[in-house]
Design a protein around this ligand. Structure first.
Ligand code: UD2
Length: 311
């Protein structure tokens, strides 16, 4: 993507800032972020960058931004990213995770905005705990939490706007993304960011459950590859894609790996599982591979790159 005008909601957050830094040298990038989890310091300084501190639930702000800009690409990454947080605050997370999507879609429809692509970040959480693995895009959808319901509803609404109103759109179902600049400072942060923080600062780690729950952890660079492919492929129009690696890692695997790799002991405490927590989540990525996706990192090389960056 070059010489385009791009909006990234949640652009100060982990995935958003990584994407912005990749696009900034050759594009104009506008960021909206409420800085609840993100930080503008994640972003490279650039004359191509416009930073707006504000919430995607603020319709007046969205309208103003769209009045002042004709965007080519919109990456809607702003979200309450934590499944557990959505269980604690279902209504507030709904406003961020669903209403904001509709607000943007409505502006695009009613103001007849012509864009190249709207990319919505959905989640593997939509599959829930239905035991068939790995998860394919056509697998049974059984959302178990407010987070998962809102991600699925947003994703479907995006597809309806694509089909009925010709707002060109695609969606990604992210599995568990990790890498530098993922904020570890909340009990709701991503597990790997918390683990790395514990390793760095010798803090105790809490595992919710027996640690045998498994995830498909995907390194941020592979996620950027996926986002850029999905945004620019003709084939991906009106389509939703799993974004993962296809590999299964348990939390206990991760602790063993980090300890042996770094030679540091982690003080682990096991406690009750989280409500709505999924036991096994592994992706089938054949559909994404058909448009050219080729993940470059397995857990070992991804963790190595992340840890080299942190230590
Ligand atoms: C992650 C994403 C979510 C969604 C989903 C898709 C984050 C924060 N959430 O949800 O946005 O896209 O993946 O698959 O990235 N855990 C602990 N101790 C801790 C923190 C977590 O044991 O201190 C457990 C947690 O109960 C869960 C696992 O680690 O079993 C992963 O938790 P998570 O919050 O990193 O991610 P997940 O899969 O709920």
């Amino acid at each position: 993507i070059q010489n385009n005008n791009i909006l990234i909601t949640g652009g100060a957050g982990f995935i958003g800032s990584s994407l912005a830094n990749r696009l900034l040298p050759n594009n104009k990038v506008t960021i909206i972020d409420d800085l609840s989890m993100g930080d503008f310091s994640n972003l490279s300084s650039s004359s191509n960058l416009i930073k707006i501190k504000g919430s995607v639930t603020d319709k007046a702000l969205l309208e103003k931004v769209f009045e002042e800009n004709d965007f080519d690409y919109i990456f809607h990454l702003a979200a309450v990213a934590s499944v557990a947080d959505s269980v604690a605050r279902p209504y507030e997370t709904h406003q961020v995770n669903f209403d904001s999507t509709m607000a943007i879609l409505e502006i695009l429809r009613t103001k007849k905005k012509s864009i190249k692509r709207f990319i919505f970040s959905s989640s593997a959480a939509v599959y829930g705990d239905e035991p068939t693995l790995p998860k394919q895009e056509e697998s049974i959808i059984r959302p178990l939490t407010p987070y998962a319901v809102d991600k699925f509803a947003s994703e479907r609404m995006v597809m309806v706007y694509n089909d009925l109103y010709k707002i060109p759109a695609s969606a990604t179902r992210f599995f568990n993304v990790y890498g530098p600049n993922q904020n570890p400072n909340s009990p709701y942060s991503g597990f790997i960011s918390i683990l790395v923080d514990c390793l760095k600062n010798q803090k105790p780690l809490t595992i919710f459950g027996d640690g045998e729950q498994a995830r498909d952890f995907v390194y941020i660079d592979d996620v950027l590859q996926a986002l850029l492919l999905i945004a620019t492929s003709d084939q991906s129009l009106g389509q939703v894609y799993n974004v993962g690696t296809g590999a299964k890692t348990t939390l206990n695997d991760l602790i063993r790996f980090s300890q042996s790799d770094l030679g540091k002991e982690v003080d682990v405490k096991y406690t009750e599982p989280r409500e709505g927590d999924i036991k096994l989540s592994i992706s089938n990525i054949q559909k994404l591979k058909k448009i050219g996706y080729n993940p470059k990192y397995n857990l070992e090389s991804g963790m190595k790159k992340y840890l080299d960056y942190e230590f």
